[in-house]
Design a protein around this ligand. Structure first.
Ligand code: NAP
Length: 299
């Protein structure tokens, strides 16, 4: 057990529930590897308690924290400053305490881009992307793609008004063209017009990003009504779910030749970017990756 003293720098994560987060293992092992007197603590912050928890980052002089479900959007309204990605996505997953001023970042989106580059070499500035879902993760991914010059995005969400709000946000603030696509349930119901639209759009798309929790443990068998048969080897399909590490959505997509990735790369890189923001040091990526894989293997 590492000794904690009055000089130990403290950071952590605010979320609810927080018991299953992999971030403490990933960051604490990185601090130890670099011989830093830092510690990363999971804090269970109930809905409604975020303002007082954020105030404590200043009063307790924490170095910074990550923010996770359900607080990312509320956190954006509690910062002294926001990074461009946090401002565009309207969500904060990393807070840096910069001499008493709280700066909100969103490293999820850039983590997604780095994970994609690392695994596929893709620089997502060509073709078009379909994003399934319009929640916090979808906002972060859409904002990062737009900031990385992706020309066109289609957002498909069960609640279409949320997809429309995301499209409006990105269209009003970037050069990326974002349109709403009906949730593929319409396709399953043999709606021929929608079926034709999905087929035509998938011909122009190079990347599909699944951002809903469908298929995540313990709902592994939950199906996403996606027209998998329109996929081909030119498509890269990323499922942000990482537990299980090979999801039903990945398996179905791979059957039609698409290259498939899970969300581990994004999880690793969002953490590595946050580590650098707090410490100013290069994160020991391989050590952090190993810690993540051990956590996943223990599930
Ligand atoms: P969120 O803000 O709650 O959004 C959830 C999204 O999923 C919404 O678009 C919601 O649609 C949709 N959805 C939920 N249940 C559904 C269902 N039964 N049928 C159809 N759509 C459904 O959550 P989030 O923060 O975006 O997180 C979403 C997922 O991304 C989680 O699995 C999370 O673990 C993962 N994630 C991974 C990483 C990573 O590093 N790999 C980072 C962040 C998030 P409605 O709008 O219709 O409710």
């Amino acid at each position: 057990m590492r000794a904690v003293s009055g000089k130990t720098r403290v950071c952590g994560i605010f979320g609810c529930p927080i018991g299953h987060s992999f971030s403490p293992a990933m960051h604490n092992v990185a601090f130890e590897h670099l011989g830093l007197d830092w510690v990363y603590v999971p804090y269970s912050v109930e809905p409604g308690s975020l303002p007082s928890a954020v105030a404590a980052v200043k009063s307790l002089n924490l170095a910074g924290v990550n923010v996770t479900v359900p607080h990312k959007q509320e956190a954006a309204g509690l910062m002294d400053n926001l990074s461009p990605a946090a401002r565009l996505s309207g969500a904060v997953n990393t807070i840096v305490n910069s001499k008493g001023k709280l700066v909100g970042h969103n490293t999820d989106g850039e983590g997604f881009i780095q994970g994609l580059r690392e695994s596929t070499g893709i620089i997502p500035n060509y073709g078009a992307t379909i994003i399934l879902g319009a929640g916090g993760a979808a906002r972060a991914v859409a904002a990062a793609l737009a900031l990385n010059n992706m020309p066109e995005i289609f957002v498909s969400n069960r609640t279409s008004s949320k997809a429309a709000a995301l499209a409006e946000l990105i269209n009003n603030n970037t050069d990326c063209k974002v349109s709403v696509l009906a949730w593929p349930e319409c396709y399953r119901e043999s709606n021929l017009k929608e079926k034709g639209k999905w087929q035509e759009i998938l011909k122009r798309v190079s990347l599909v990003v699944q951002t809903t929790p469908l298929g995540m443990h313990p709902r592994e068998n939950e199906e996403i009504p996606f027209p998998f048969n329109f996929l081909c080897p030119e498509h890269t399909v990323v499922d942000l779910v990482y537990n299980p590490s090979y999801t039903n959505f990945m398996e179905q997509s791979n059957k039609y030749g698409a290259r498939v990735l899970n969300g581990i790369g994004m999880l690793l890189h969002q953490g590595a970017i946050a580590f650098k923001l707090w410490t100013g040091l290069e994160p020991p990526i391989e050590v952090m990756r190993k810690a993540l894989h051990s956590e996943i293997a223990r599930l």
